[in-house]
Write a protein that binds this ligand. Sequence first.
Ligand SMILES: Nc1ncnc2c1ncn2[C@@H]1O[C@H](COP(=O)(O)OP(=O)(O)OP(=O)(O)O)[C@@H](O)[C@H]1O
Length: 432
Amino acid sequence: MSGDDPLLAAENVKKHFDQSDGFLDRLLGGGGLVRAVDGVDLELHEGETLAVVGESGCGKSTLGQTLLNLHSATGGSIRFRGDELTGLSDREMRKYRRRMQMIFQDPLASLNPRQTVGDIVTAPMEVHDIGDDDADRRERAEELLERVGLKAAHVDRYPGQFSGGQQQRVGIARALSVEPEMIVADEPVSALDVSVQAQILQLLDDLQDELGLSILMITHDLSVVHQVADRVAVMYLGEIVETAPVEELFENPKHPYTKSLLSAVPRIDPAAREDRILLEGTVPSPIDPPEGCRFHTRCPEVIPGDDWSGDQPAFRRAFTFRNRVENGELDPDAVRDRLEAESDDVTDDDVAARLIEGALPGEIESLPDPAAETVRTAAKQVVRGDEDAAAETVGAFSSPCVESAPRVVEPASNRTAACHRIDPEHPAAELD
Ligand SMILES: Nc1ncnc2c1ncn2[C@@H]1O[C@H](COP(=O)(O)OP(=O)(O)OP(=O)(O)O)[C@@H](O)[C@H]1O
């Protein structure tokens, strides 16, 4: 293996949870696969911190655990120093476990309250036959406690006697006790006070320099990313949509999802603050992810179809209306009830007009005339109870983002992104 080879290389990694026998299935009368991680390519290089960032539920924790083979992957390949990990039995994984450790979000929940800190830190050494005897392991534990900013004398205390930040230091000492090459840190500071967060992040940074560790940092918090990451992978609905060195990502995000995430980060300099980009709707379910580009239902830059005669923002509004109709979000009965509470004389047209007000962002007059007509027709079909016809009508608001999933392209060296807008071979590409 040459020095340039990644420590860990993931290719097309998938983790699907089968819920067909689960309680949700029984509750809802349906089942299905939760596509928590759905085709991830990722490399972690020696000595680097790679942050995986994304909203809650996008699959970050599942990805971290799958990369460590704590979940068996549904598909794809995970190589650690060139060795394939997928498909290995627990016994076969044993020799890798020592080399790949995990730090958890909630330090107290991950530490046994009845064990002393000494026992907590020495237990993994015993499992992996590190140290000559108990006395040697205890000495190592004391050294580790000092290394993570605690005192050797703390070795006989219990987790409950420490603050949250100190508990996380114990968790870090435990992970380091087996001299790992790689650490997956899953939201390691999100349970801590902001003032303590920076200290723990600094500790991880120092340890990384000292020990040459590779760290995969899972976080939803972009300010954490900025403090610690060398490189960032942005995750959305089970997929990586962009990777870039941290400064480049912050200065010049390529993917519309990354742009919206960054626009929500508070800036110190108000003059540098860009307008916050608010996304439409919520993250769709990983059981039934949108076709084509998974971000299209919320993307501010969704690409209009060839026959669109208005501008892009108007298309975004019409497209949102399409999604709401297709998702069955328009409720004509509720609207009729509300209108009838206000007046005795309610017509279908009144109901349709009110449905449009609720489901179309902006004024209908702001759309090109044919599109406004399409919206009115679909609303009337919904009022008549003909949802299928309405869905077909709004299908006129077509987009290449629905038709095909974007390729992963390399907009610059050491960067990747998956968006038609930056794919030089896509007709709608807008290149810098
Ligand atoms: N054991 C499981 N069985 C079924 N579904 C699961 C399981 N674990 C996770 N999921 C689902 O997979 C998706 C991804 O969850 P995951 O916890 O990996 O996301 P996350 O980005 O880490 O979110 P958070 O930051 O909230 O933990 C979610 O829809 C979640 O409900």
